[in-house]
Design a protein around this ligand. Structure first.
Ligand code: ATP
Ligand code: MG
Length: 399
């Protein structure tokens, strides 16, 4: 079957009538970015988008679109003149591809109520035609294997039978900005994807402690950023924070059983400082209730007390299996399990408290002046960026 367009259905943005224009512009930008290098033209209307296929393979285009947030589903379609002949020819072409012994149904949507053929006329015409001209298929209106959709619109008729679900959510950049704490483990990249689905623009922060953590550990985090950016079609800036001075001080000055809590508190306050600087409205992490000592509710309480900034934990209640499944689906799993230690693994205390007492934590922390070290860390950030931001403007000529 030769398809000439991909029909793109928007997700939740259909509900947001007030900001519609902003949503459509945002989704158009991300689609163009995701389809970079493919021979297509993007046309994003108020209610849906069409991707005109020139030489591009429809399945390659749909695969690229399936990760774009804000898209609910896509269909490969044939666009035709509003004539009976065109409809008949296309329906016969569709049917030729249907499996031996399968069933079909014709469904009609008339956006143009003035069209000279009514819904039933079209169903009758095409259903009758297929039954008469084929041997291998039959009608089943209740549970058909193939549903041939005929959409009569003002500009043309569109016909398709395949609907492929996509990621849904909201278009990139329409939900504010957040700072993702990215560790290189399995969880935090997944947390990032979940937040990006809601249209939130991400920057990421990673703490490394050379020479205790290796170059490879940092490269791994860069690779994760590349995967996340490539999959979503959105650039992500990574801030790599030198954490060695703070980490060794914590190790020396804070008792072993609460150093984990203090380490997390320092990380979180650093994240908050950076979030404020980059105008982010929240910090995101991959914490999961009860997974390890630092992630009991009591630990989270003691850690979170260091900040009044919103801390989003999209994986909070998920099962580990489900997080792993998502990591595989998003394509980060294989990179996450590469065996390079991050700073927390190396300085891990033997018996961290699962119920750290906040007053004790505060007392020990007050003996050390962490502030100048935090300032130094923030002054020496290394930045890693995926492709330059807003390069999609270069493709505006395609619109
Ligand atoms: P992950 O698989 O994301 O590493 P985890 O289950 O191993 O998570 P922890 O290592 O306890 O959990 O970390 C909890 C969260 O703290 C991580 O999901 C991440 O958001 C953040 N975090 C931990 N280490 C770092 C780091 N080196 N740099 C940035 N964020 C970190
Ligand atoms: Mg970890």
């Amino acid at each position: 079957m030769k398809y000439d367009h991909i029909l793109v259905r928007y997700g939740e943005l259909t509900l947001k009538t007030k900001n519609r224009k902003m949503f459509v512009n945002a989704i158009r930008k991300t689609m163009i970015r995701a389809l970079e290098g493919l021979d297509v033209k993007v046309k994003a209307n108020r209610d849906r988008a069409y991707i005109e296929l020139f030489e591009a393979d429809p399945y390659e285009v749909m695969e690229a679109l399936s990760h774009v947030t804000g898209i609910l589903s896509v269909s490969p379609v044939v666009k035709m003149d509003r004539t009976e002949e065109a409809m008949k020819e296309t329906a016969l072409n569709f049917a030729a591809d249907f499996k031996e012994g399968s069933s079909f149904k014709i469904e009609v949507k008339r956006a143009d109520k003035a069209f000279h053929l009514k819904t039933f006329d079209i169903q009758d015409m095409l259903g009758g035609l297929l039954l008469k001209n084929t041997e291998h298929i039959r009608v089943d209106v209740r549970k058909p294997d193939y549903k041939i959709m005929v959409e009569v619109r003002l500009d043309a008729i569109y016909m398709y039978h395949d609907v492929i679900s996509c990621v849904g959510g909201l278009p990139a950049g329409t939900g504010g900005r957040a700072l993702l704490m990215l560790s290189g483990g399995i969880d935090s990249p997944v947390a990032g994807f979940e937040i990006m689905k809601k249209g939130v623009e991400l920057e990421a922060i990673h703490f490394h402690s050379p020479p205790y953590t290796s170059m490879q550990a940092t490269d791994k985090v860069k690779q994760l950023i590349d995967i996340m950016s490539e999959r979503t079609g959105v650039d992500i800036k990574l801030h790599i924070i030198p954490f060695t001075e703070l980490q060794t001080t914590l190790y020396d000055k804070i008792p072993d059983n609460i150093s984990m809590t203090s380490t997390r508190r320092i990380m979180l306050s650093l994240a908050e400082r950076l979030a404020e600087k980059i105008d982010a409205q929240a910090v995101v992490n991959g914490e999961n209730l009860g997974q390890v000592a630092s992630q009991t509710l009591a630990s989270m309480h003691a850690i979170n007390a260091v900040t009044s900034f919103p801390v989003l934990r999209p994986l909070l209640t998920l099962e580990k299996n489900d997080i792993v499944k998502k990591a595989k689906e998003y394509g980060t799993y294989e990179t996450s399990i590469m065996p390079f230690e991050d700073c927390c693994t190396i300085f891990k205390p033997k018996a961290p408290k699962t119920r750290p007492a906040l007053d004790k934590v505060l007392k020990f922390e007050s003996n050390v002046d962490f502030d100048p070290m935090i300032d130094r860390a923030l002054e020496n950030i290394e930045i890693y960026e995926t492709n330059a931001k807003d390069d999609s403007d270069a493709f505006d000529s395609l619109l």
